[in-house]
Design a protein around this ligand. Structure first.
Ligand code: FRU
Length: 512
């Protein structure tokens, strides 16, 4: 980056005399992915509007990521599937748009499966097809006041996902007269030798099954009595995890901190019905900015991981955030793990280990007191791997503050009084575009331990916080004047606290 700045300074100085800061700003704005607020180690489209991740699958060494994309504007519009691939879920290569709207409608969210046995007959035994199952949303029918304007279609690829052909007899699952009928996520249910689809239907989930991805039969409904019902259910994903099953369901609005969020249920699935283990509603992320996330299909058995990624935004303000050329980024890829906690299971998530490839130099942290600088004029992109310990009975209150030279400050911590972790971005920069962006994001938590491991991923405008190995996660955007390069830890406790660990500098993924 420095070299570019110097080079262009010479050109700029030759053209017109400018103040040094102005030249730097000009250079930053022209660098690839160098615009203000452009995240540096998260996926975002080169330009224009993006929302949900779609159709994520692994195939022959590549992780595919499709996404809801409107290539003509920075706000939501006629949906396409944008496309990117990666060999490690960290560095992404943009590919051409995979699916365009047609007479049947916009292309809404959905999934992709590798049809290994060519059950669909859309490929051959030697070259099995990749099949995308997605929702068509017909805007004219919607405008005409009809309710059956969402139905499911399929498309297939026999060239490693490079080109896609829509199936000639779409739709494969017509609308039964229900307004919200979308976001099919499909997997192969080995025991029953059939495909199973989870579909978001109003504010519940309906499971369908199929022998060939073309004809679908309803199996059961789930969720009338359970979970949040403050909004429409979207983007389900039923995941086998050992001998348990986890059902992800995004809901908007109705998230625990306002607007969009993703709840999950743990239980059993017999090929027909999902039976939850208890009545509790849990959330995969208690921050405001992780929505519509689902898992990759076809991850090799030898790998064995459940790999997830979400849209790092919230419908409450996604379309008005202060980015100019593009809107939205994805979270980093994360692994899911079921952890036993007090006799129950919870779903923990943690950054994939591949992300550590971006680590460069580091600052060793070993500090104690009631106010400690952990990093001063340090890294704009940081991976903080810390353990915070109290010298008293229990950890009590602590607050991590990330800030820049203009004193824009993001605050994250634990409040013993409120019995909750919190993030507050009210003073973290530009926040006047939406009332709903502001105020505490709270995650109730009983912190009676003396010690707490924290992993914090800081990009130039997002933070992803993983508490205690990811059993609590908070993801949040912010829009500072300039990136944060400082971190401070403070406590109101009478006893000092201690922070140990490392802060790694991360490389960006776009200018390599
Ligand atoms: C979730 C969602 C989906 C829908 C898509 C449309 O954010 O509303 O339910 O398929 O976005 O872009």
């Amino acid at each position: 980056m420095k070299r570019i700045v110097l080079g262009l300074c010479v050109i700029a100085a030759a053209c017109a005399p400018k103040k040094e800061e102005q030249v730097v700003v000009e250079v930053e704005n022209t660098a690839y992915y160098g615009e203000q607020h452009r995240l540096q180690f998260h996926f975002s489209p080169e330009a224009h509007w993006m929302n949900d991740p779609n159709g994520m699958f692994y195939y022959e060494g590549e992780y595919h990521l499709f996404y809801q994309y409107y290539p003509d504007s920075t706000v939501w519009g006629p949906m396409h599937w944008g496309h990117a691939v990666s060999t490690d879920m960290v560095i992404w290569e943009h590919l051409p748009v995979a699916l365009y709207p047609d007479d049947l409608g916009y292309i809404f969210s959905g999934s992709v499966v590798v049809d290994k046995n060519n059950t669909s007959g859309l490929g051959t035994a030697e070259n099995p097809p990749l099949v995308a199952i997605f929702t068509y949303h017909q805007p004219e029918m919607e405008k005409a006041g009809k309710i059956d304007y969402q139905y499911q279609g399929i498309a297939y690829s026999t060239d490693k996902g490079r080109t896609w052909t829509k199936y000639e007899n779409n739709p494969v699952l017509p609308n039964p007269g229900i307004k919200d009928f979308r976001d099919p996520k499909v997997f192969w249910y080995e025991e029953g030798q059939k495909w199973v689809m989870s579909l978001a239907v109003l504010d519940h989930i309906t499971f369908y099954s199929s022998p060939d991805l073309k004809s679908w039969t309803k199996e059961s409904d789930f969720g009338f009595e359970l979970g949040g019902h403050g909004g429409v259910w979207e983007c389900p994903d039923l995941i086998r995890m050992g001998d348990k099953w986890v059902l992800l369901v995004s809901i908007n609005p109705g998230g625990p901190n306002g607007g969009s969020a993703t709840q999950y249920f743990i239980g059993d699935f017999d090929g027909k019905t999902f039976t939850p283990q208890d009545q509790e509603t849990r959330w995969i992320d208690m921050g405001r900015d992780n929505y519509a996330g689902v898992t990759w299909s076809n991850v090799p058995e030898e790998d064995g991981r459940i790999l997830f990624l979400g849209w790092m935004s919230n419908w409450n303000y996604a379309q008005v955030v202060p980015t100019e050329k593009w809107r939205s980024a994805m979270t980093v890829a994360r692994t899911f793990e079921l952890k036993a906690m007090e006799g129950k299971h919870i779903l923990a998530s943690y950054p994939v280990k591949e992300l550590e490839k971006l680590r460069g130099e580091s600052i060793a942290v070993n500090a104690s007191g009631s106010s400690m600088d952990l990093m001063k004029d340090g890294y704009q992109l940081a991976d903080m791997d810390l353990t915070i310990t109290s010298e008293g009975e229990a950890l009590g209150d602590f607050e991590l503050q990330l800030y820049n030279d203009q004193n824009d400050t993001l605050k994250f911590g634990y409040s013993a009084e409120r019995g909750a972790f919190y993030i507050n971005r009210d003073t973290a920069g530009n926040n006047d575009f939406s009332e709903e962006f502001n105020g505490d994001q709270l995650a109730p938590y009983d912190l009676d331990a003396k010690e707490m491991p924290l992993r914090v991923l800081m990009d130039v405008g997002s933070v992803e916080i993983f508490v205690n190995g990811g059993e609590l996660v908070m993801t949040s955007l912010y829009f500072p004047e300039s990136p944060f390069t400082n971190a401070r830890l403070v406590t109101k406790n009478p006893q000092p606290i201690k922070a140990e660990g490392n802060i790694y500098k991360l490389k960006g993924i776009w200018n390599r």
